[in-house]
Design a protein around this ligand. Structure first.
Ligand SMILES: *[C@@H]1O[C@H](CO)[C@@H](O)[C@H](O)[C@H]1NC(C)=O
Ligand SMILES: *[C@@H]1O[C@H](CO)[C@@H](O)[C@H](O)[C@H]1NC(C)=O
Ligand SMILES: *[C@@H]1O[C@H](CO)[C@@H](O)[C@H](O)[C@H]1NC(C)=O
Ligand SMILES: *[C@@H]1O[C@H](CO)[C@@H](O)[C@H](O)[C@H]1NC(C)=O
Length: 468
């Protein structure tokens, strides 16, 4: 039951500008909502490469496509990445706690690669570590007249009651819908992005334009990603296995350009890893890497879940690309393989929520599981389960493939709300028991949340205060 306690309801009304849809979902209890909202989307085509959102910064060899991600396990480091187009240039980052006073510098690495007939620019990655918590840092990259300056803020020290506001974005691409999503997210002032896979959709272009569309996406995302960490995750559009043009190394474009702090969580691959940030432990899984028993990802996840300390990080979230629960016609049941392997762990460890993309629409589940099924006998239907995560599918960033607008009917019992619109979400952790979640559809601007709920922490949930 959603918010059975009147005090909670009052609090919700104070804190949340709830939509009619949300209020009706309280009234209807467990009956799921299939939203009939009619949206007015921009066409699902990529923005032309000469548009200003992809503008190349001025100056010879000026750094471009600047993006940062968390650089360690607990948030005292960032990895700063950028591309210089003309020559390798310096891989230094100068940084400091006030503007124009860059007391410290760190040296990174530079690399380049080819993809079919494309030659990349010079891609720099620089770890900046040993930072103070909860501090604004300014940084400068490039040299002379072409140098560029940015800033970021480190998170508070990892601890149980530390508030923090995450944004959640998936399947973004580079259309005018993508731009709308990014702009709405910027207006909502999240502090870090949990990204659920499928970045540029470059593989939808001719192989000869593929690399160029990674470059345009890098410049497109910079206005957020240069200033706050995006926790990267791969989707199917990062695989780019193209034997017809001789490109047979999966994730090649992605891995040269985007980096993750996987070693800090003892992962053997940048494609799956974990970070702790403020009061959250975030586990990132690769839907497109082996995950069955005995594989590196399986072994790692088992160990990582055992490392989670809910006394220190009460909130436990998992990111993946393919949803485990989805009632959309698109990509139906593609998550079943991973569900059969990992779902019982997610229930055992009381994961708070699982965020996925892949399906270009929005759907949120109640707490359901289907873990008793086996092939000799047993149940076949998902059932309400207080220990189960909430599944949120948010592959609605706005890429060139358009919306996935057909759902299977009747709406399954586990499905609480579903709508084929573009948008993004925010997750505001208040303390160790409460977090406020909002999904914003682009059409309504950043003021109206089309789906909202209070998440009651699965580990610290008090009896009599069951959520969802
Ligand atoms: C990387 O850049 C160097 C220097 O410009 C060039 O000689 C080399 O061919 C490039 N490597 C690849 C893989 O493109
Ligand atoms: C990773 O493994 C090393 C060596 O076994 C260990 O010292 C370290 O604590 C581990 N890191 C984490 C995050 O568990
Ligand atoms: C299969 O599932 C049924 C019902 O949940 C259970 O009683 C049985 O023990 C399971 N069999 C095995 C081998 O786990
Ligand atoms: C946690 O945050 C919620 C929502 O802001 C608030 O109602 C509750 O009193 C807080 N709990 C504690 C222990 O501060």
């Amino acid at each position: 039951m959603l918010l059975s306690i009147s005090k909670m309801q009052a609090m919700l009304l104070n804190l949340v500008l709830a939509s009619c849809v949300f209020l009706s979902s309280i009234k209807d209890g467990n009956a799921g909502i299939t939203s009939s909202y009619i949206r007015s989307a921009f066409p699902a085509v990529d923005i032309p490469v000469d548009h200003e959102v992809f503008a190349v910064p001025e100056g010879y060899n000026a750094p471009q496509q600047v993006h940062i991600t968390q650089g360690d396990y607990d948030g005292k480091a960032v990895i700063i990445s950028w591309v210089t187009p003309d020559e390798p240039g310096l891989s230094y980052v100068q940084y400091g706690t006030s503007k124009d006073n860059y007391q410290t510098s760190a040296e990174g690495t530079v690399t380049n690669y080819t993809f079919y007939n494309y030659k990349s620019g010079y891609i720099h990655h620089c770890l900046v570590d040993g930072l103070e918590y909860n501090t604004k840092y300014y940084y400068k990259i490039g040299s002379g007249d072409s140098a560029r300056e940015f800033w970021f803020k480190t998170p508070p020290e990892v601890g149980p009651d530390t508030p923090y506001k995450f944004g959640i974005i998936g399947d973004l691409g580079q259309t005018f819908n993508s731009l709308s999503t990014l702009e709405h997210y910027l207006e909502n002032h999240g502090e870090a992005v949990l990204y659920v896979g499928d970045l540029s959709y470059s593989d939808e272009h001719e192989a000869s334009d593929n690399g160029l569309r990674w470059d345009t996406w890098g410049r497109f995302a910079e206005k957020s990603a240069a200033y706050q960490p995006w926790m990267w995750n791969v989707g199917n559009h990062e695989v780019e296995f193209l034997p017809e043009v001789g490109e047979i190394i999966p994730f090649k474009n992605y891995l040269y350009r985007y980096t993750t702090p996987h070693k800090a969580s003892n992962s053997s691959s940048p494609l799956w890893y974990a970070v702790r940030r403020a009061s959250a432990h975030i586990i990132v899984l690769s839907s497109y890497s082996p995950f069955v028993r005995y594989t590196p990802q399986y072994i790692w996840l088992k160990e990582e879940l055992a490392r989670v300390d809910r006394e220190k990080t009460p909130w436990l979230f998992v990111l993946m690309h393919k949803p485990l629960y989805s009632s959309n016609v698109a990509h139906f049941m593609e998550g079943e393989a991973m569900r059969s392997v990992f779902e019982s762990w997610f229930v055992t460890y009381k994961v708070d929520a699982i965020f996925a993309g892949h399906v270009h629409a929005y759907e949120r589940s109640y707490r359901y599981s289907n873990i008793d099924y086996n092939v000799t006998s047993g149940r076949r239907y998902p059932i309400p389960d207080k220990s189960a995560p909430i599944y949120i599918n948010i592959g609605d960033g706005g890429n060139l493939e358009g919306l996935a607008s057909s759902y299977y009917d009747p709406q399954p019992e586990y499905s609480a709300f579903r709508e084929a619109s573009y948008g993004h979400a925010t997750l505001e952790i208040k303390n160790k028991t409460h977090a406020i979640y909002h999904w914003y559809r682009n059409d309504d601007g950043n003021k109206v949340a089309a789906d909202s709920l209070i998440l009651h922490n699965q580990y610290w949930k008090q009896s009599g205060m069951e959520a969802e």
